[in-house]
Design a protein around this ligand. Sequence first.
Ligand code: URA
Length: 209
Amino acid sequence: MDNLQVVDHPLIKHKLSIMRNKETGPKEFRELLNEITLLLTYEAARNLPTMEIEVETPIALTKGEIVEDKKVTIVPILRAGLGMLDGVLSLVPNASVGFLGVYRDPETLNAIEYYVKFPPLTEDHQIFILDPMLATGHSMNHAIKQVKKQGGQNITIMSLIAAPEGVNVVISENPDVIIYTAALDSKLNSKAYIVPGLGDAGDRLYRTK
Ligand code: URA
């Protein structure tokens, strides 16, 4: 599936295996999520537009290319998406950031929005939506809808672990988006947790359980 890119790399597998371990504490969990995000960003940012510049080296005048990072917007889905924000920002430091707070109703599993704060978006912006766990796909579809409503069009999703159910829900409603993930797991359980997954990413990042 061209819309789904599972970034296959020994360093990612190594770091993700440590994150999955239930004994891994929040400090290491946060550091590893940041490191994997750096590696995912390297791939997900492959098609960022560049512009030509002139550079004077100590030897000669030459042409170089720089990323047009002012046209990049990062949208972490609160709160677990915050764990990926610094990783992307450290490689694309002039990107703007839009925040979207969504939680899932424990009964219906529907996405409930509680916060939106976006910078102005235009159709030539490259938008990266971040959520470490792509589970049911409801929060992600909600985020994509919001981004499109605000004028964004070029959307890339970055997640740490995706479930096949979530990938299908997102791609069937949004065949124009690309999902970059570190792993595609087996399935969702009856409580919509990813199996084998790593548990609740927000709780593990911020020790809320
Ligand atoms: N959100 C999480 O944090 N973990 C899951 O397994 C599914 C959704």
